[in-house]
Design a protein around this ligand. Sequence first.
Ligand code: NAD
Length: 378
Amino acid sequence: MKLGVVGLGAIGSMHINNIRQGKVPGVEIACVCDEKHIDPVKFAGLKAYSNVDDMLKDPDVEAVLVATPSFNHFALASKALEAGKHVLIEKPIALTSFDAAKIVELARRQNKVCGVMLNQRTTPLYSRIKELVCGGELGRVNRASWFMTNWYRPQIYFSSSNWRGTWKGEAGGALINQSIHNIDIFAWIFGMPEKLRAWCKFGKYHDIEVEDEATAYFQFPNSMTATFATSTGEFPGTNRLEIACDKGFLVAENDELKITRFASLSEYTRTTKYVFGTPESSTTIEQFPDKGAQHAGVLENFRRAVDSGAAFDFDALQGYNSVCLANAMLMSAWTDSDVSFPFDDAAYAKLLAQKTASSKFREKVDTDFITEFTKSFR
Ligand SMILES: NC(=O)c1ccc[n+]([C@@H]2O[C@H](COP(=O)([O-])OP(=O)(O)OC[C@H]3O[C@@H](n4cnc5c(N)ncnc54)[C@H](O)[C@@H]3O)[C@@H](O)[C@H]2O)c1
């Protein structure tokens, strides 16, 4: 698959390195594109464009990877689909579920593979949790709780770019940027809720417009409930996911999964004669130090979907779901009320437009800053 990569910043460069190091079999770089100066040493030997319209006319380009800032994912992905290319979009797929839905529809009309880089799903720990929960081994899920508060970012993270932390540039913060991965995994495992209520704090820890702390409560149609909390202002924070099921209890934390198994708890609750009784149970602990294939794995899956119609696990609809949940949490916080699903994409887009109307890209700081990009991953 011949790939055109648009956006050669931190993540675009990493994708190019992965491909050049042979980590993504079957993918070749047809060309790269960035509207700013393209370093001739770093990108030596690659055909380069400064304008995406020119790149999309290149017949060598079969598929496009959009790795620009979040605010132009929708416009660039739409252009690429209209030009007849397959498209993989960095997360989030778009700033609003309203635009994400348009991408899903456009990809369907153009009959092209289109998806989103939600790489954390390739983490073996999360695949194992999905297998246990969705495979039915643990029975009905009663409750889940995810505290994902180890997304700490200092102020320089925001100040070193002109788009981060602004309504105009990202349409959100901890939810749509960092936690979009966790929100995606949450929807991937549990599906979509029927309603949620969320509370957010905006610029609590940083000089930013958007949320740097959020807490949400979810209700699902089958009486399952869930809570989710995230923050970019705490250190060290935690990444702890608990899932209470009828036949088991899972705790994932520090790269290990504690699985406690028992016979049906609802049955025991109904029938035991022991006033302070608890069911017989056994506990095992599984270790997950390996982070899996991550970005290279998603790109490889995309390549297989394009080349041979293989099942694509990261399709645009999944990108829609994660953005929809992130948007819904903000909408709930803004309106101080419950939000129901199916989500009113258009109503959210209107509310966001009010925020972006007075939002500006910020001046980048001119002091030196140091980027150790791989430390950004969790
Ligand atoms: N999946 C992940 O793990 C992960 C990690 C980091 C960032 N991201 C996502 O990747 C995206 C980019 O993040 P980044 O940190 O690399 O940003 P960045 O600011 O470092 O780089 C963005 C690049 O895009 C270029 N660009 C902007 N508009 C363009 C246009 N119209 N045409 C061509 N080039 C254009 C800029 O000049 C810049 O070089 C964001 O949406 C972010 O959310 C994903």
